[in-house]
Design a protein around this ligand. Sequence first.
Ligand SMILES: *[C@@H]1O[C@H](CO)[C@@H](O)[C@H](O)[C@H]1NC(C)=O
Ligand SMILES: *[C@@H]1O[C@H](CO)[C@@H](O)[C@H](O)[C@H]1NC(C)=O
Length: 155
Amino acid sequence: MATSSRVMRFNFLSIAALASFAATASAQGNSCPEASRFGNVQVSPSTLSPGETFTVTADLTCAIQLGNTPTFLDYYISATATHTVSGPILIARRTYDNSTSPPIDKFTAVLPHWFYFADATYSLLMDNSFARAGPTGESVITTGGILTPINITGF
Ligand SMILES: *[C@@H]1O[C@H](CO)[C@@H](O)[C@H](O)[C@H]1NC(C)=O
Ligand SMILES: *[C@@H]1O[C@H](CO)[C@@H](O)[C@H](O)[C@H]1NC(C)=O
């Protein structure tokens, strides 16, 4: 009975130690959250008027780490509203060079004069088009996007 109890305690400690080790390993493996699988994108300034110059900075570290290395990066301004809105509007279409170090795509753009609405919610959309092997091994380009909120004023 005493032996059995000691064995059980030993097992418990082993499992606790393994669990703690696994949690540490898993925390390191999760350094790239699912939300960053196509990259992260920032706009500065994030409140813009038509004709204004802004800087876009896309960090592709997580996209590349998760196997979504961009071939092309397309950037759009997209709008949502309770009524119909036109769009998205293309801001930049860029070819990504995977030898870029650090893996950042940074450029400036000018917000076009367009049909904006005071009641719409605006975002910058980055579409990452990356190659994937299809069922026969053929390389196919597929796309995933990430949005970052912006404000558009002064129109
Ligand atoms: C892009 O570069 C990274 C880092 O060097 C590498 O791990 C990855 O395999 C490359 N992806 C492609 C599609 O070449
Ligand atoms: C948009 O404007 C609102 C109101 O001024 C502000 O609270 C919010 O932080 C702005 N968002 C961005 C992305 O700049």
